[in-house]
Design a protein around this ligand. Sequence first.
Ligand SMILES: [Ca+2]
Ligand SMILES: [Ca+2]
Ligand SMILES: [Ca+2]
Length: 258
Amino acid sequence: MIFYRNKCLHLTFSLFFLLLSSNVWAGSNISAICMIDMDMSTFSYDGITLNDVETGISAGNGNIVRIGILAHNVVNLYGYEIRLKYNSEKLQFIRGIEGDPSKGLNNILKKEDGAEISWMPPTVIIPGTVSISNSLKGTPSESIAPEGSGILAIIEFKLLSNRPDNGIMISNAQFVDVQGAGDNQQADNITHLFHGMINPIGDVDGNGMLQLTDAINILKILSNIYEGNVKLASGDIVNNDKIDLKDAISLIKHISMY
Ligand SMILES: [Ca+2]
Ligand SMILES: [Ca+2]
Ligand SMILES: [Ca+2]
């Protein structure tokens, strides 16, 4: 009798979980990654390694920053929708493009021969939120849907301030594979996300703050004893295309004022 009741309970639970799981979509892109590359001068997006993806860059008021929105580990990708969040008092959205073929930066959905896309130019939907959306044209087909890594979009922002804490976040990323495409579209909600940060010029160590250690690091660079990787833009405060003593002095003056 107990066995029978347990069996009934087991059946009820099984049915319950079956119903529950039928409402939860898990497509082939559940373990894909969506990330922001803050420095598009370093790339080889066909086989993305973490060395190609910088999560921070140094820039100052008035500069234009061009960032890459990238996908990694995708399977039979048919389309995607992404939302970026940023502080509209510190950044102004300029434009978004699907890729930049003149620089060898092609959209991931154009990886296979003959692939055509339905690219929607990214727009600001509310202040501080940009929406990106793209998909393959026509009937979903595995032969044309790409695998691996590539560019989802290239976005340009203009800096409106020199203030720190200037981040760009992927607030939502949904990838649709060939199976999930169609009238009842089913998307994978991407949870592996790399966000981006714009650091103030002078932030040599890239910790988001201008501190005396950054000035000391400039002096170390000049003495060839700095051990980290330094990009010119992060230390060239007095803008003359080199890191020199003027930059260290300017930074010390700036720090002593605040
Ligand atoms: Ca890069
Ligand atoms: Ca710093
Ligand atoms: Ca300089």
